[in-house]
Design a protein around this ligand. Structure first.
Ligand SMILES: N[C@@H](CCC(=O)N[C@@H](CS)C(=O)NCC(=O)O)C(=O)O
Length: 225
Protein backbone atom coordinates (compact mmCIF):
# COMPACT_ATOMS: atom_id res chain seq x y z
CA UNK A 1 0.00 0.00 0.00
CA UNK A 2 1.39 3.41 -0.94
CA UNK A 3 1.83 6.30 1.44
CA UNK A 4 -1.28 8.44 1.86
CA UNK A 5 -0.47 12.02 0.82
CA UNK A 6 -0.33 14.35 3.80
CA UNK A 7 -3.00 16.63 2.33
CA UNK A 8 -5.52 13.77 2.39
CA UNK A 9 -4.49 12.50 5.82
CA UNK A 10 -4.61 15.86 7.56
CA UNK A 11 -7.62 18.01 8.32
CA UNK A 12 -8.25 21.19 6.39
CA UNK A 13 -7.85 23.53 9.37
CA UNK A 14 -4.83 23.31 11.70
CA UNK A 15 -4.74 25.40 14.82
CA UNK A 16 -1.45 25.83 16.67
CA UNK A 17 -2.59 26.10 20.27
CA UNK A 18 -2.30 24.91 23.87
CA UNK A 19 -4.93 24.39 26.55
CA UNK A 20 -4.12 27.44 28.72
CA UNK A 21 -4.23 29.88 25.79
CA UNK A 22 -7.47 31.85 25.85
CA UNK A 23 -6.39 33.62 22.67
CA UNK A 24 -6.22 30.26 20.90
CA UNK A 25 -9.49 29.23 22.57
CA UNK A 26 -11.29 32.05 20.73
CA UNK A 27 -10.39 30.37 17.43
CA UNK A 28 -10.94 26.83 18.72
CA UNK A 29 -14.42 27.89 19.84
CA UNK A 30 -15.17 29.43 16.46
CA UNK A 31 -14.16 26.21 14.70
CA UNK A 32 -16.04 24.00 17.16
CA UNK A 33 -19.23 26.09 17.15
CA UNK A 34 -19.12 26.31 13.35
CA UNK A 35 -19.06 22.50 13.12
CA UNK A 36 -15.64 22.41 11.47
CA UNK A 37 -13.45 19.32 11.69
CA UNK A 38 -10.09 20.79 12.72
CA UNK A 39 -6.77 19.58 13.97
CA UNK A 40 -4.95 21.02 16.98
CA UNK A 41 -1.15 21.32 16.71
CA UNK A 42 0.24 21.39 20.25
CA UNK A 43 2.59 24.28 21.02
CA UNK A 44 4.78 23.69 24.07
CA UNK A 45 4.54 27.26 25.31
CA UNK A 46 5.56 26.44 28.88
CA UNK A 47 8.87 24.96 27.67
CA UNK A 48 9.66 28.00 25.54
CA UNK A 49 8.64 26.80 22.05
CA UNK A 50 7.21 30.19 21.00
CA UNK A 51 10.36 31.93 22.18
CA UNK A 52 12.63 29.82 19.99
CA UNK A 53 14.15 31.49 16.94
CA UNK A 54 13.18 28.50 14.83
CA UNK A 55 9.48 28.69 15.76
CA UNK A 56 9.47 32.43 15.13
CA UNK A 57 11.05 31.99 11.73
CA UNK A 58 8.98 29.04 10.61
CA UNK A 59 5.58 29.60 12.30
CA UNK A 60 4.95 33.11 13.66
CA UNK A 61 7.40 36.02 13.69
CA UNK A 62 5.30 37.62 16.47
CA UNK A 63 6.10 34.69 18.77
CA UNK A 64 2.43 34.14 19.60
CA UNK A 65 -0.27 31.51 19.58
CA UNK A 66 -2.83 31.13 17.94
CA UNK A 67 -1.72 30.36 14.41
CA UNK A 68 -4.18 28.96 11.87
CA UNK A 69 -3.13 27.10 8.77
CA UNK A 70 -5.74 26.76 6.06
CA UNK A 71 -5.66 26.28 2.30
CA UNK A 72 -1.95 27.01 2.05
CA UNK A 73 -2.04 30.21 4.07
CA UNK A 74 -0.92 30.91 7.60
CA UNK A 75 -2.82 33.42 9.71
CA UNK A 76 -2.01 34.90 13.11
CA UNK A 77 -3.76 37.28 15.55
CA UNK A 78 -7.03 35.81 16.82
CA UNK A 79 -9.05 38.82 15.61
CA UNK A 80 -7.76 38.41 12.07
CA UNK A 81 -8.32 34.66 12.18
CA UNK A 82 -11.88 35.09 13.46
CA UNK A 83 -12.59 37.61 10.71
CA UNK A 84 -11.15 35.23 8.10
CA UNK A 85 -13.21 32.29 9.39
CA UNK A 86 -16.41 34.34 9.59
CA UNK A 87 -15.98 35.22 5.91
CA UNK A 88 -14.88 31.78 4.89
CA UNK A 89 -17.41 29.73 6.85
CA UNK A 90 -20.30 32.21 6.85
CA UNK A 91 -20.74 31.86 10.62
CA UNK A 92 -20.74 34.46 13.43
CA UNK A 93 -20.06 37.30 10.98
CA UNK A 94 -21.55 40.74 10.40
CA UNK A 95 -24.78 41.29 8.53
CA UNK A 96 -24.14 44.94 7.65
CA UNK A 97 -21.28 47.41 7.30
CA UNK A 98 -22.24 49.00 10.59
CA UNK A 99 -22.12 45.62 12.35
CA UNK A 100 -18.76 44.89 10.79
CA UNK A 101 -17.34 48.06 12.34
CA UNK A 102 -19.02 47.36 15.71
CA UNK A 103 -17.50 43.87 15.74
CA UNK A 104 -14.08 45.31 14.92
CA UNK A 105 -14.50 47.92 17.67
CA UNK A 106 -15.15 45.25 20.32
CA UNK A 107 -12.39 42.97 19.05
CA UNK A 108 -9.91 45.85 19.33
CA UNK A 109 -11.14 46.66 22.84
CA UNK A 110 -10.92 42.99 23.73
CA UNK A 111 -7.34 42.58 22.47
CA UNK A 112 -6.17 45.80 24.10
CA UNK A 113 -7.94 45.59 27.45
CA UNK A 114 -10.43 42.80 28.19
CA UNK A 115 -8.25 39.86 27.20
CA UNK A 116 -4.76 41.25 27.58
CA UNK A 117 -5.01 42.23 31.25
CA UNK A 118 -6.77 39.07 32.44
CA UNK A 119 -4.33 36.96 30.40
CA UNK A 120 -1.32 38.65 32.04
CA UNK A 121 -2.86 38.68 35.52
CA UNK A 122 -3.81 34.97 35.33
CA UNK A 123 -0.44 34.01 33.86
CA UNK A 124 1.52 35.64 36.70
CA UNK A 125 -0.95 34.40 39.32
CA UNK A 126 -1.20 30.81 38.19
CA UNK A 127 1.51 29.77 35.72
CA UNK A 128 4.68 31.89 35.98
CA UNK A 129 7.54 29.99 37.58
CA UNK A 130 8.54 33.06 39.58
CA UNK A 131 5.85 35.20 41.25
CA UNK A 132 5.22 38.73 39.97
CA UNK A 133 5.64 41.78 42.23
CA UNK A 134 2.37 42.31 44.20
CA UNK A 135 2.13 45.94 43.02
CA UNK A 136 2.23 44.83 39.39
CA UNK A 137 -0.51 42.27 40.09
CA UNK A 138 -2.54 44.95 41.85
CA UNK A 139 -2.22 47.21 38.81
CA UNK A 140 -3.21 44.41 36.42
CA UNK A 141 -6.18 43.41 38.57
CA UNK A 142 -7.43 47.00 38.55
CA UNK A 143 -7.19 47.07 34.75
CA UNK A 144 -9.09 43.76 34.51
CA UNK A 145 -11.83 45.13 36.77
CA UNK A 146 -12.12 48.32 34.69
CA UNK A 147 -12.45 46.37 31.43
CA UNK A 148 -14.89 43.85 32.93
CA UNK A 149 -17.07 46.69 34.26
CA UNK A 150 -17.37 48.14 30.77
CA UNK A 151 -18.51 44.82 29.31
CA UNK A 152 -20.79 44.22 32.31
CA UNK A 153 -22.56 47.53 31.62
CA UNK A 154 -22.86 46.78 27.90
CA UNK A 155 -24.40 43.38 28.62
CA UNK A 156 -26.99 44.87 30.97
CA UNK A 157 -28.84 46.09 27.86
CA UNK A 158 -27.65 43.55 25.29
CA UNK A 159 -27.73 39.75 25.16
CA UNK A 160 -24.69 39.71 22.87
CA UNK A 161 -21.96 42.24 22.19
CA UNK A 162 -23.19 43.25 18.72
CA UNK A 163 -26.71 42.83 17.36
CA UNK A 164 -29.08 40.20 18.67
CA UNK A 165 -27.05 37.07 17.99
CA UNK A 166 -23.58 35.78 18.80
CA UNK A 167 -20.79 37.07 16.57
CA UNK A 168 -17.02 36.80 16.49
CA UNK A 169 -16.97 39.78 18.89
CA UNK A 170 -18.51 37.49 21.54
CA UNK A 171 -16.13 34.63 20.72
CA UNK A 172 -13.18 37.00 21.01
CA UNK A 173 -14.26 38.40 24.38
CA UNK A 174 -15.03 34.87 25.61
CA UNK A 175 -11.40 33.75 25.35
CA UNK A 176 -10.69 33.72 29.09
CA UNK A 177 -14.11 33.65 30.75
CA UNK A 178 -14.38 29.86 30.87
CA UNK A 179 -11.13 29.28 32.75
CA UNK A 180 -11.77 28.31 36.37
CA UNK A 181 -11.86 30.85 39.19
CA UNK A 182 -9.00 29.00 40.87
CA UNK A 183 -6.82 30.25 37.96
CA UNK A 184 -8.32 33.69 37.40
CA UNK A 185 -9.55 34.42 40.96
CA UNK A 186 -12.62 36.08 39.45
CA UNK A 187 -16.02 34.80 40.61
CA UNK A 188 -18.04 35.99 37.61
CA UNK A 189 -21.57 35.19 38.87
CA UNK A 190 -20.91 37.13 42.08
CA UNK A 191 -18.95 40.08 40.67
CA UNK A 192 -20.20 40.40 37.08
CA UNK A 193 -23.64 38.74 36.79
CA UNK A 194 -24.35 40.05 33.26
CA UNK A 195 -21.04 38.65 32.04
CA UNK A 196 -21.84 35.36 33.79
CA UNK A 197 -25.26 35.13 32.06
CA UNK A 198 -23.68 35.97 28.67
CA UNK A 199 -21.03 33.31 29.34
CA UNK A 200 -23.85 30.81 29.85
CA UNK A 201 -25.46 31.86 26.54
CA UNK A 202 -22.17 31.12 24.79
CA UNK A 203 -21.80 27.80 26.62
CA UNK A 204 -25.22 26.85 25.23
CA UNK A 205 -24.09 27.23 21.60
CA UNK A 206 -24.04 23.90 19.73
CA UNK A 207 -20.49 22.58 19.61
CA UNK A 208 -19.31 24.53 22.67
CA UNK A 209 -16.64 22.88 24.78
CA UNK A 210 -14.49 23.95 27.69
CA UNK A 211 -10.95 25.14 26.74
CA UNK A 212 -9.36 22.15 28.48
CA UNK A 213 -11.52 19.80 26.40
CA UNK A 214 -10.92 21.59 23.09
CA UNK A 215 -7.17 22.13 23.16
CA UNK A 216 -4.20 19.89 23.97
CA UNK A 217 -1.81 20.20 26.91
CA UNK A 218 -1.41 19.15 30.51
CA UNK A 219 -3.30 21.02 33.18
CA UNK A 220 -1.10 23.00 35.55
CA UNK A 221 -2.18 23.52 39.15
CA UNK A 222 -2.10 27.28 39.99
CA UNK A 223 1.41 28.06 41.24
CA UNK A 224 1.61 31.44 42.94
CA UNK A 225 -1.59 31.61 44.97
N1 LIG B 1 -3.42 39.62 20.24
C1 LIG B 1 -2.96 38.25 20.14
C2 LIG B 1 -2.49 37.79 21.50
C3 LIG B 1 -1.88 36.42 21.42
C4 LIG B 1 -1.13 36.06 22.69
O1 LIG B 1 -0.77 36.91 23.51
N2 LIG B 1 -0.87 34.77 22.82
C5 LIG B 1 -0.09 34.28 23.95
C6 LIG B 1 -0.63 32.94 24.41
S1 LIG B 1 -2.27 33.12 25.05
C7 LIG B 1 1.32 34.10 23.50
O2 LIG B 1 1.57 33.36 22.57
N3 LIG B 1 2.24 34.80 24.17
C8 LIG B 1 3.63 34.66 23.90
C9 LIG B 1 4.39 35.89 24.31
O3 LIG B 1 3.78 36.93 24.57
O4 LIG B 1 5.61 35.79 24.35
C10 LIG B 1 -4.08 37.36 19.62
O5 LIG B 1 -5.23 37.61 19.96
O6 LIG B 1 -3.79 36.43 18.84
Amino acid sequence: MGTIPRTIMSKEYKLHCFAQSGSAYKVALMLACSGVDWEPVFVDFFHGQTRGADWRTSVNEMGEVPVLEHAGITLTQSGVILDYLADHLGTFGAQSENERREILRWILFDNHKFTSYIASYRYFRSFATTPQHPEVQKFLRGRVEAAYSIVETHLAENEYMVGKRPTIADLSLAGYVFYPAEETSFDLPAAYPNIARWTQRIANLPGWKDPYELMPGERIAPRNV
